[in-house]
Ligand binder design. Sequence first.
Ligand code: G3P
Length: 221
Amino acid sequence: MKIFLDTANLESIKKFNDMGLLDGITTNPSLMSKEGGNPKDAMEEITKIIQGDVSLEVVSTDYSGMIEEGKRLREYGTNVVVKVPMTPDGLKACKSLSSEGIPVNVTLVFSPNQALLAAKSGAKYVSPFIGRLDDVGQDGMNLIKDIEEIFSNYDFGTEILVASIRHPMHVVDAAKIGADVVTLPPSVLEKMLEHPLTKIGLENFLSDWEKLKSGNPDIKI
Ligand code: G3P
């Protein structure tokens, strides 16, 4: 399973990239807005730091605006994936851009049928938002199961990019289903690194080592 970081925060991107954890990045206008400044600088920097796919989202809602923005976004790097919303114009833009060899991520997917249509339009990724479904009392992970089952019946080549992830158990469940990609807020990836027994175990190892050294201060590894 690929891990993308869902952020435009450069510090977090560098931190987790240095651990070798990141296969890509997803951003959206809200994440850009959260960081402030000029989003162009962030887009330029992120596409340089990350070798894998970087999703940058259009803000136009009409077909020609999306095509124009998509092509401009693609100038940031050959690893740019143009993110378009799951709308009729978004799918039309998905088809045009994809047939020109520009990969597309169709975002704001909330139903199996939307995922099916995005795949038919040639999307490289579909982004179902599971946390937002959970928020309105629907089971977001069921959507991932349904899309996985549908895609496994055909040969679309479209990857399921699980988005709107809120906690580490979402990641475990998405991995069990076999989702292709999870995109994680930095806080969730941080939590995945930790376990209280790891911390306690390390403290014990170090204090035992200190005991050994107190009898022989010259000991070194
Ligand atoms: O990738 C989409 C994601 O950023 C949406 O997450 O938490 O705003 O629902 P959230």
